[in-house]
Write a protein that binds this ligand. Structure first.
Ligand code: NI
Length: 181
């Protein structure tokens, strides 16, 4: 059990292009996945990327192990299965784009409306080197795009098309009980 400090926007590590993982099924990689999982669960995140805990490698995790546990921050998150995705490749299907709210553990207390591709194919590996290959849409596709952006040093505020759609969670949603993010 190791809950790591999540780096906040402004840290140079969050703006770097992360390096690919060269070797699978190593103690170091398993430890990293465990740290990401502990940190994501502790923060109630929909996903987390390795650079957010200061490790500049192309590793993200997202989704939930227990479909019955509704994430209070993202009620749709139960539709996304728990996934470890390493060295991901994304291919957008069609050109349909959807606007929706996003937050990020590295931008605590804020929300913004971000355009994302509606449908995509993603491929990569899990921590054992097994191939991951999925065609997804909607919230699942959004989470993958958000997390994989972290691997290229892109934070969601950089994707907001109208900065009027960016602000504090408790101002936009005064009746919702958000945690620190
Ligand atoms: Ni994020």
């Amino acid at each position: 059990m190791a809950i790591k400090t999540v780096l906040r926007m402004g840290e140079p590590c969050l703006l770097m292009k992360a390096a690919p993982v060269a070797q699978f099924d190593t103690p170091e990689l398993h430890q990293l996945i465990q740290d990401l999982e502990d940190t994501m669960q502790h923060m109630n995140g929909a996903g987390i990327a390795a650079p957010q805990i200061g490790v500049s490698l192309r590793v993200v995790i997202f989704g939930q192990k227990e479909p019955i546990a509704i994430n209070p921050r993202y009620p749709d998150a139960d539709t996304v299965p728990y996934t470890v995705l390493i060295n991901p490749e994304l291919r957008f299907i069609g050109d349909k784009v959807e606007n929706d709210w996003e937050g990020c553990l590295s931008v605590p207390g804020m929300r913004g409306i971000v355009p994302r591709h509606l449908k995509l194919h993603y491929a990569g590996y899990d921590q054992y080197g097994n191939k991951v290959d999925r065609l997804v849409s909607g919230f699942h596709a959004r989470v993958v795009q958000h997390e994989c952006d972290h691997l290229d040093g892109v934070l969601y505020p950089m994707r907001i098309s109208n900065l009027k759609d960016f602000g504090y969670s408790d101002v936009f949603f005064p009746n919702q009980d958000f945690q620190d993010d």
